[in-house]
Design a protein around this ligand. Structure first.
Ligand SMILES: Cc1cc2nc3c(=O)[nH]c(=O)nc-3n(C[C@H](O)[C@H](O)[C@H](O)COP(=O)(O)OP(=O)(O)OC[C@H]3O[C@@H](n4cnc5c(N)ncnc54)[C@H](O)[C@@H]3O)c2cc1C
Length: 377
C-alpha cells in the first residue's frame, strides 16, 4: 500500500515510521525546510515528550471518551518504548514529565529522522500541499507536482506558533472533503492583563498559587512559576491556567502559599518601616505592592490574593497549542474521516489539546499510532 503523509511534525514523522515498518510505501510532505521544527523547540528545548500521569482528564476535546480510548491503545509507556526502541533513554522528572536523558528536544527529532531515513521513507521538504483531492486515489498538489496514493494522513498541525509552519491554512484541505473546523483559540500561552496592575513588575518571577476566578468561583487552581511581563503574566502556572482562563476572568495570585494570614499579619506589624516586606516577598514585588496598598490590611490582601483581570492572550504566535480543529466526532475510532474513507487525521490538527507537561506531544504520538494502524487496516 502507498500512503501520503501531509505535515512533517511529530505526528507526521511517527505515522510515517509506523507505516514504513509495516511495508508501506510512504511519501512525507513537509512545507518547511526541516522536519520536526516544533518538536525540536519543545519543552524549552529539552523535549518534554510525554507525562506518566496520563489520562483524558488532562485534555480538552469534543469527545473526551474517544481521547481516553485512544490513550488506552497507545499511552505514555508506549511512547517511551517506541522512542527507546530506536536507541534513546527517556527519564521522568518528579512531576512525571518525561524527557530524553540528554535533555535535548532536537535529539528526539534526530532520532525520528534517522529512523525515517533507515526505513527509506521518501521525505519531500519545501513541499507545501495546496490541494488534496480524491478520485479513487488521493492526489496532493505541491508546487506544480502531484503526489498520489491510496491513503492519506493529514498531520499538518493547528494554528499555534505559525513560525513553525502551522498557520491553520491546512484546515482547508479537510474542509474540501466537507469537514468542519471547531473555531481555534491559542492555549498554553501568556495571558494579557490590566497593564496598570503589572507596571513595575516586569521580569519578576515568583512561586505562587494561581486561581482562575469566574463569577466569584475558583474554576482552576495551580501552583507554579509566575513571571510578570510587559503586558501580563507568563510562566508554567500561567500556561497551565491559560487552558481554562478567558477574557473577563480574574486571576488571584497567592505569593505566600506556605504562610497563613495570621503569621503574615504578625510579621507586618513587627516591622512598621518602609522595608516591611524584606525577606517576605521578592524586593521588587514588595516595592510595587507597597505602592498599591493603602495600609497593612491592603498589603496582606495583595500578598494573599493579588487580583489581575484577564484581558486575553498574547495570541497564536506565542502559543504552544491550539484549542479547536477537526472535531473527533467527524472521525471513526481509527481517526479516519467520516466524510472520505481512506483519509486519516493525526496530531494537533484534531480538536484535542492537552495541558502543559507533555500531553500535547503524547497526543501527537497516540493519534499518529492510531491513524497509521487505521490506514493499514
Ligand atoms: C515552543 C513550543 C514548545 C512546546 N513544548 C511542548 C512540550 O514540551 N510538550 C508537549 O507535549 N507539547 C509541547 N508543545 C506542543 C507540541 O509541540 C505540539 O502539540 C506538537 O508538536 C504537534 O505535533 P503535530 O505533528 O500535530 O504538528 P506540528 O508539529 O505543528 O507539525 C505540523 C507540520 O505540518 C507542516 N504543514 C502545515 N501545513 C502544511 C501543508 N499544507 N503542506 C505540508 N506541510 C504542512 C508544518 O510545517 C509542520 O511542520 C510545544 C509547542 C511549542 C510551539
Amino acid at each position: 500500500m502507498n500512503v501520503i503523509v501531509i505535515g512533517g511534525g511529530t505526528a507526521g514523522m511517527v505515522s510515517s515510521i509506523l507505516l514504513a515498518r509495516r511495508g508501506c510505501s510512504v511519501t512525507l510532505l513537509e512545507r518547511g525546510e526541516r522536519l520536526g521544527r516544533k518538536l525540536s523547540a519543545s519543552g524549552n528545548g529539552q523535549g518534554n515528550v510525554t507525562n506518566l500521569g496520563m489520562g483524558a482528564e488532562h485534555y480538552f476535546s469534543d469527545d473526551k471518551e474517544k481521547v481516553a480510548r485512544a490513550l488506552s491503545r497507545f499511552g505514555a509507556e508506549d511512547t517511551v518504548r517506541f522512542l527507546e526502541e530506536m536507541g534513546g533513554i527517556f527519564l521522568p522528572d518528579a512531576r512525571g514529565r518525561v524527557y530524553p536523558a540528554s535533555r535535548q528536544a532536537s535529539a528526539v527529532t534526530d532520532l525520528l529522522r534517522a529512523e525515517l531515513s533507515r526505513l527509506g521513507v521518501e521525505v519531500r521538504l519545501n513541499a507545501r500541499v495546496s490541494a488534496l483531492s480524491h478520485d479513487g486515489d488521493f492526489h496532493a498538489l505541491c508546487g506544480g507536482e502531484r503526489v498520489s496514493a491510496e491513503r492519506a494522513i493529514l498531520a499538518a498541525g493547528g494554528k499555534a506558533a505559525p513560525n513553525f509552519g502551522t498557520d491553520g491554512s491546512a484546515f482547508a484541505l479537510a474542509e474540501g472533503f466537507g469537514h468542519t473546523v471547531v473555531p481555534c483559540a491559542p492555549v498554553l500561552v501568556q495571558l494579557r492583563c490590566d497593564p496598570s496592575r503589572v507596571r513595575g513588575l516586569k521580569g519578576i518571577r515568583v512561586d505562587a498559587v494561581l486561581c482562575v476566578e469566574r463569577k466569584g468561583r475558583c474554576i482552576f487552581r495551580v501552583r507554579g512559576d509566575v513571571l510578570f511581563t510587559e503586558s501580563g503574566v507568563s510562566g508554567d502556572a500561567v500556561f497551565r491556567a491559560s487552558s481554562y482562563a478567558e477574557a473577563g476572568d480574574r486571576l488571584l495570585l497567592d505569593f505566600l502559599p506556605d504562610v497563613e494570614e495570621g503569621r503574615l499579619r504578625a510579621a507586618l506589624e513587627r516591622n512598621p518601616g518602609a522595608e516591611k516586606l524584606l525577606c517576605i516577598v521578592n524586593n521588587g514585588l514588595g516595592r510595587a505592592l507597597r505602592k498599591q496598598a493603602a495600609d497593612d490590611a491592603g498589603l496582606l490582601r495583595l500578598i494573599k490574593a493579588f487580583p489581575l483581570e484577564v484581558k486575553g492572550t498574547l495570541g497564536f504566535p506565542y502559543a504552544q497549542a491550539t484549542r479547536g480543529g477537526i472535531p473527533l466526532g467527524e472521525t471513526d475510532e481509527n481517526l479516519q474521516s467520516l466524510k472520505r474513507r481512506g483519509l486519516f487525521f493525526a496530531g494537533e490538527m484534531l480538536n484535542v489539546d492537552g495541558e502543559c507537561g507533555g500531553y500535547n506531544l503524547q497526543w501527537a504520538f497516540t493519534s499518529a499510532h492510531i491513524a497509521a494502524e487505521g490506514a493499514l487496516s
